[in-house]
Design a protein around this ligand. Structure first.
Ligand SMILES: O=C[C@H](O)COP(=O)(O)O
Ligand SMILES: CC(=O)C(=O)O
Length: 213
């Protein structure tokens, strides 16, 4: 799989915190129906690995990432669950090494030139900017383009439906992550219609020709 190409096609990645694995399949189907067939399920709840496994098994066409991958044990749990890609908030060489050995792509988080260069030294070219708004926002990611023309980013953290289009206009932004599409409360409340409508809106925001027509 060419992960960067897939993410450049999808453009927006719903970041998910799921408390009950029984909600994973309805949530996955909702995202697919809305035309946004991707989810980053964060390892912030005990249900995460089971939720990933069910999405991978039962929701065809859904690209399923594992987020908040903080340890080698998290890598193993995510890979065993069948995650297609991994995401971490920071750059941990042990976690990157374990992902490489498992053959599953990882997008670690960075905030600075020093961290970008450490990630490049590990062979990575697709990185997360996290927490994107708090560490400098769009001016920061744009400033990284000149010294690091071979690096692309998935900014996440503080991005909303109101700001995502500006982020996606930056050529070195492959996709943006955000929790606004399916919040913890939306999922716990099984508000599938609300999630479908926010995911459809995200698809429109990610496709300028559609959004402006
Ligand atoms: O922890 C942050 C999430 O990964 C995504 O950030 P957000 O809730 O600001 O969209
Ligand atoms: C925030 C983030 O990068 C993560 O939870 O994976």
């Amino acid at each position: 799989m060419d992960l960067e190409k897939s993410l450049r096609g999808l453009r927006i990645v719903p970041v998910i915190e799921i408390a009950d694995a029984d909600d994973a399949v309805p949530l996955g189907h909702t995202l697919v129906e809305a035309g946004l067939p991707v989810a980053e399920v964060t390892f912030r709840t005990p249900a995460a690995a089971e939720a990933i496994a069910r999405m991978v098994r039962e929701v065809p066409g859904l690209l399923v990432g594992a987020g908040t991958v903080l340890s080698e044990a998290d890598v193993d749990a995510a890979v065993d669950a069948g995650a297609h890609f991994l995401v971490s908030p920071g750059l941990n060489p042990a976690v990157v090494g374990r992902s490489n050995r498992a053959g599953v792509p990882i997008i670690p988080g960075v905030t600075s030139p020093t961290e970008i260069e450490a990630a490049r030294a590990l062979g990575l070219r697709l990185l997360k900017l996290f927490p994107a708004e708090a560490v400098g926002g769009l001016p920061l990611v744009k400033a990284f383009a000149a010294p690091y023309p071979d690096v692309t980013f998935m900014p996440t953290g503080g991005i909303t439906a109101s700001t995502v289009e500006a982020w996606l206009d930056a050529p070195n932004v492959a996709a943006c992550g955000g929790s606004w599409i399916a919040t913890k409360a939306d999922i716990a409340g099984r508000r599938w219609d609300d999630i479908r409508s926010k995911a459809s809106q995200a698809v429109r925001l990610a496709s300028p020709s559609v959004a402006s027509s």
